[in-house]
Design a protein around this ligand. Structure first.
Ligand code: ZN
Length: 74
């Protein structure tokens, strides 16, 4: 069953009879395009995550500066 799963390409969910035919398919434009699109999506997700983290850190930074100011003014 594991071998069967390996011979299914995620881009089209097609089952390939051998590793050779699967590898041949993975060199086709359609598959390469799909892989590039997937990588771009992954990168966009990573960028979004980093932007969120960055915004959180900025907010935390502002909060900490405010608290320091309050402490210094006491
Ligand atoms: Zn494919």
């Amino acid at each position: 069953m594991e071998i069967c799963q390996q011979l299914v390409c995620q881009c089209n969910n097609k089952i390939y009879k051998s590793i050779a035919t699967l590898k041949a398919h993975q060199k086709t434009q359609g598959h390469v395009l799909w892989e590039n699109t997937r990588e771009q999506k992954d990168q966009l997700i990573k960028i979004n995550r980093l932007e969120n983290e960055n915004n959180q850190l900025r907010r935390l930074n502002i909060l900490l500066i405010e608290r320091i100011n309050v402490l210094e003014n006491k």
